[in-house]
Ligand binder design. Structure first.
Ligand SMILES: [Zn+2]
Length: 344
């Protein structure tokens, strides 16, 4: 029998080493195998913490767009810092008894391998969900069904989701949505000068039902990560798109129950890296990733603080989630801040 070759990305080797280091604490789960020519690339999830159904959960995702390698690196860097704390940090163990953390650092390993935004089938996973924008989307960028040879391809109409998108959705539905409170952080790079934290929707300019909860999270972020530079906003303030996986999962969560699911997308602003080092615009990798080592280290360090903040906020959600009149006040402030003061 011919053995199928499995190419190994450096990120995969690092994740294997972390699994060994973590011993029984870190569970590795195979979500799917992505066909790429003769080879197959695995999509793995890594699970840390409580397996109980009723605990809060945070999911960290990277590498959805293969070109944006820094997203995978940020997720792996945070996982590494947690694994290194396991032997000595009691507070981490107490946290992990009360919550679950799941990591999928390489959602699109074929795209990472090929250095492409899309998966090996040419599909942009972030345009692949069965969600149709309600208003006009920008040409191509908003998602297109013309050709896999063009960027932002959604896949053929009526076809099931790509295996990577389906794997991500299955994991979120199994691990995040059943709990009372969950957050997803999906790490990307490439948009603009600032680091942005986007929340749904992408398919409509209407606000989500959990706007008050998002605004309250934003308030403790502002109080805790003093002088942070994140611009927090609904994605619809920048552009609308078809097929957004997080819109799809948020809508799916709303159909299931009243539990709170807040999907966030971290968009690291790479134009600043290009501005500081214009030569890196000459490489495709360089447009989406910091190429100077000290800059890369600074990027990793800064965002690990955000990911750890989100873990703590999820674990302690009962202390800060607004209720009653406080919830109404947060919603009004959020409408004023992001939606011109009106609900649509
Ligand atoms: Zn991206």
């Amino acid at each position: 029998m011919n053995r199928v070759s499995t190419p190994q990305l450096p990120e995969q080797l690092e994740l294997q080493a972390l699994c060994e280091q973590a011993g029984g604490h870190l569970e590795q789960r195979l979500l799917c195998d992505v066909p790429m020519g003769q080879a197959r690339l695995p999509v793995h999830a890594f699970v840390l913490g409580s397996h109980k159904a009723g605990v809060p959960c945070v999911g960290f995702f990277g590498g959805v767009h293969g070109l944006e390698r820094i997203g995978a690196e940020v997720v792996i860097a945070y996982l590494r810092s947690l694994v290194m704390r396991l032997p000595w940090d009691d507070t981490l163990h107490r946290q992990l008894e009360a919550m679950r953390l799941v990591f999928v650092p390489l959602v699109n390993p074929g795209g990472v391998w090929l250095g492409t935004r899309a998966n090996p089938n040419g599909v942009d996973l972030m345009r692949n969900a069965p969600v149709q924008a309600r208003d006009r989307v920008p040409y191509l960028v908003g998602g297109q069904r013309i050709s896999a040879a063009l960027p932002w391809y959604r896949g053929r109409e009526g076809m099931p989701m790509e295996c990577e998108s389906a794997a991500l959705c299955g994991l979120v539905e199994a691990e995040l949505l059943p709990g009372p409170f969950s957050v997803a952080v999906d790490c990307h790079s490439g948009f603009g000068l600032n680091d942005r934290i986007w929340f749904p929707y992408a398919h409509t300019t209407a606000p989500i039902d959990h706007l008050a909860e998002l605004h309250a999270l934003c308030a403790i972020l502002d109080d805790t990560l003093v002088h942070h530079r994140y611009v927090v906003e609904p994605q619809s303030r920048q552009y609308l798109a078809h097929g957004d996986l997080w819109d799809h999962l948020y809508l799916s969560a709303r159909r299931r129950s009243d539990s709170v699911f807040l999907p966030l997308t971290l968009e690291m602003g790479s134009w600043l890296w290009v501005k500081k080092n214009p030569r890196q615009i000459l490489s495709r990798h360089g447009i989406f990733n910091p190429v100077i080592e000290h800059r890369q280290q600074r990027v990793l360090r800064r965002h690990i603080g955000l990911l750890d903040f989100i873990t703590r906020a999820a674990c302690s959600h009962r202390r800060w989630l607004p209720e009653g009149s406080q919830r109404d006040a947060h919603r009004q402030q959020a409408l004023a801040r992001w939606y011109g003061g009106t609900a649509s």
